[in-house]
Design a binder for this molecule. Structure first.
Ligand SMILES: Cc1ncc(COP(=O)(O)O)c(C=O)c1O
Length: 368
């Protein structure tokens, strides 16, 4: 076999599951039609309500302050201290990373061995499954009930002696709901392994499980600056856990994994607590308005959300609605099958103008 053939053969063998971002939909938009910058992108749960002038001002300060010739050393500690102060949580029990996705991977690397497996719910955030499987471990999915609630007893009955890692998303993407605290507590208490609660959207929701870390040694909470804090492009996430678990997560990280610009920007953003609180309230009030407008459209069923997005079902073929929205320049996310209930769509809460373009287009498509 020639080297070229061997390489081709080898790469075919190692084909992995990949996360397909919703941007894959872009080529379907007719050429010569819409300009990319005019697209109403409500497909990735970003936070476009975070005020750009503040972000620009902070980034300008950071550019003047940061010496990019040297590796980030003190900056990571600086962000840890700012998060600790913001959440009233011990500085030494925080791990920052290049987004929260790499922390999902750190959990798999740090906690799973041999024939052990991970468990989660379905539907939920795709990366738990993708990362677990790509590391060669089995991943068990327990379906939610029809109303998207958690069936705690069924969930726990699927836990085996080798089920060592559990992922729960609170609120859950893509359904948008946060499970009752009592259900989540029951899982944390009964599960004989590591429980990761991914709180990417927690700022828009009624509660956090952060306080449970003190007494639940097995609990790891993941957070991100990509949602409420408007910094998806800078890639910063972090974990919160007890000291031993924190050390284990740090051991599997690569050195200097977050750059100085991101670390310093995130630290400075946390100084603007009034703005963060205002943005979160604005997202919640826009979410309410968007929900009410969607509910009035004939043939559209939106589902209650504790996050910055809304899952919805359409009586008319969702695939046609999805492509129809795309042709009008409005991008949403598509879920081809949820709980054998067919196809659903998910829309991010955007700027009022974007939300209006979305509901106007949806109304036209659903009621025409
Ligand atoms: C539930 C959930 N967790 C984690 C992430 C990843 O966030 P990050 O940008 O911090 O990697 C996302 C992104 O959409 C998400 O929906």
């Amino acid at each position: 076999m020639s080297t070229a053939e061997w390489i081709r053969h080898r790469l075919k063998e190692t084909v992995r599951e990949v996360y397909v971002p919703s941007g894959d939909a872009l080529p379907a938009i007719p050429a010569g039609g819409l300009n990319r910058k005019d697209l109403v992108r409500l497909d990735a749960n970003e936070n476009l309500l975070f005020p750009p002038p503040l972000l620009s001002a902070v980034l300008r300060e950071v550019v003047d302050e940061v010496d990019v010739r040297t590796y980030p050393r003190l900056e990571e500690e600086g962000l840890n201290e700012a998060i600790a102060d913001y959440l009233n949580f011990p500085t030494t029990q925080i791990v920052v990373s290049n987004g929260s996705d790499p922390l999902i991977e750190s959990c798999v690397k740090a906690f799973l061995r041999g024939d052990e497996e991970a468990i989660s719910i379905s539907p939920t955030f795709a990366m738990y499954k993708i990362i677990t499987r790509n590391h060669g471990f089995n991943y068990v999915e327990v379906p939610l009930k029809e109303d998207f609630s958690l069936n705690v007893d069924v969930f726990l009955s699927e836990v085996k002696a080798n089920t060592v890692l559990c992922f729960l998303n609170s609120p859950n993407n893509p359904t948008g709901n946060q499970f009752p605290l009592a259900d989540v507590k029951k899982i944390i208490e009964a599960f004989n392994g590591f429980v990761v609660i991914d709180e990417a959207y927690v700022d828009f929701a009624p509660y956090s499980v952060l306080d449970l870390i003190k007494k639940s040694e097995n609990l790891i909470v993941l957070r991100t600056f990509s949602k409420a804090f408007g910094l998806a492009g800078l890639r910063i996430g972090y974990s919160l856990s007890n000291s031993e678990v924190t050390d284990a997560l740090k051991r599997v990280q690569l050195p200097f994994n977050v750059n100085k610009v991101s670390l310093t920007t995130a630290r400075k953003i946390l100084e603007h607590r009034d703005v963060i609180a205002d943005v979160v309230s604005l997202v919640k009030s826009e979410r309410g308005k968007l929900f009410r407008r969607m509910a009035k459209i004939s043939g559209v069923t939106p589902f209650n959300s504790d996050a910055n997005f809304i899952l919805f079902k359409t009586e008319k073929d969702p695939e046609k609605i999805y492509h129809g929205l795309q042709k009008k320049g409005v991008l949403v996310r598509r879920f081809k099958s949820i709980l054998e209930r067919g196809e659903f769509l998910r829309v991010t809460v955007g700027l009022p103008k974007m939300n209006a373009s979305f509901t106007d287009s949806l109304k036209e498509l659903c009621e025409e």
